[in-house]
Structure formats: C-alpha cells, structure tokens
Design a binder for this molecule. Structure first.
Ligand code: GRF
Length: 200
C-alpha cells in the first residue's frame, strides 16, 4: 500500500484550518495523514479538534520557556520523533526561529490571510480594507526566515466589498483558506512534493 505523506500541524487558535484538513483526510480526499498536532496555547480549540479526531496532540506552552529558541528546540524535538514529511502551520501565532528552520529546511508551510507579498504580518484583513484594496485573499507559502516572505505555493483571490468589515472579509478569506490548504495534498504523490521542496 502507498505510504501516505505525513503532516504535523501547528496551531494556536480555533483551528478551523486544521479541521478542514481533518475533514478532507477522513473523507479520503486528502492524500496525507495528520500524525501530530502541536499547540502553544493550552486553550486552543485546535487541541480539542485533534482529540475529537483521534489525532495525537500536544500542548507546548511557550510561556513555560524564557527564550524563543528553547521553546522552538522543544517543538523540534517533539516533531522529530513524529517524523513528519511536512510541517503545516495553521494559525500558529509564533515566529519561527532559525533553530526550527534549520531542523526542517524547506519542510514548513504556512497559510496567510492576504495576497502576499501584500500585507504580511498581523491584522491584515483590516489593513487591506483600510488601504482601499479591491481584492484580497490567502496565500500558502514555504516558511523562510522572514515574516510571511517564503516562496508562494498557492493563492486564492476574494473581492473586498465596500461595506466589508474586518470580520466579514476574514470570513470570506477563511472560506478560501479551507478550500486551498488541503488542496495541495490531494492526489499528490509524496515524491512530487519532495522534489518540489528539494528544488527550493
Ligand atoms: C487564519 O486566518 C490563518 O490564515 C491565520 O490565522 C487564522 C487561523 O484560523 N494565520 P484557524 O485557527 O485555522 O481557524
């Protein structure tokens, strides 16, 4: 039997992106297996979602560590045991340090709620409205040592309406996030993704 691509998902919040990966995985549409979920926030809904789906889940609270690097080292140690092919950041609200990047070169991807390279960072839906942008969207990208700067894998575009609020735009973008994040794993042989990451 073909071995499935092994995903480790890192999240900090509600975990709706994690849920979309779980749903697609359970319905057989995701050609990948979620082997581990790690959260830095003990109250993250993502932990409950993983538990409900029977996925191994661990909370590593960043507040228990005095330095970012030691927190990252702990996360790396736990991840290495799980032997993931790819680390999927899904609303993980921590900046990734060099310790993490060096441990998994070209093996970390993120989803961001704007059309990068426009609006990196935080509160980007509000910034797009305030700027007067007519379109926004979401971007799946490899993680490098910048903030939301790595090579782009997939994007989806949504319109910005004149009466949009941060909440309404966020909801429209999130719908697309749930659609595109699992998409890249559907029907994707693991060696295709491996050769893609090797080229970067
Ligand atoms: C998403 O908008 C994601 O793009 C951003 O954080 C949000 C996480 O949402 N990085 P959820 O926890 O997956 O519901």
């Amino acid at each position: 039997m073909k071995e499935k691509f092994r995903l480790a998902v890192l999240a900090s919040g509600g975990g709706t992106n994690l849920q979309s990966l779980i749903d697609q995985s359970q319905s057989g549409r995701l050609d990948a297996e979620i082997v581990l979920v790690i959260c830095n926030n003990p109250n993250a809904g993502a932990l409950v979602r993983a538990e409900n789906a029977g996925i191994r889940n661990i909370c590593i609270n960043h507040r228990d560590f005095t330095e970012r690097q030691s927190f990252d080292q702990k996360v790396v140690d736990v991840l290495k045991e799980a032997q993931p092919d790819l680390i999927v950041l899904a609303g993980f609200m921590r900046i990734i340090s060099s310790v993490f990047l060096k441990a998994f070169p070209q093996r970390i991807i993120n989803i961001h709620p704007s059309l990068l390279p426009a609006f990196p960072g935080l509160h980007v839906q509000r910034k797009a409205i305030e700027y007067g942008a007519r379109f926004s969207g979401c971007t799946v990208h490899f993680v490098d040592d910048g903030v939301d700067t790595g090579p782009i894998i997939l994007q989806a575009v949504v319109p910005i309406h004149t009466d949009d609020t941060e909440e309404s735009l966020s909801a429209r973008i999130l719908e697309q996030e749930h659609r595109i994040y699992p998409k890249q794993f559907s029907g994707l042989p693991r060696n295709v993704f491996k050769s893609l990451t090797a080229r970067l």
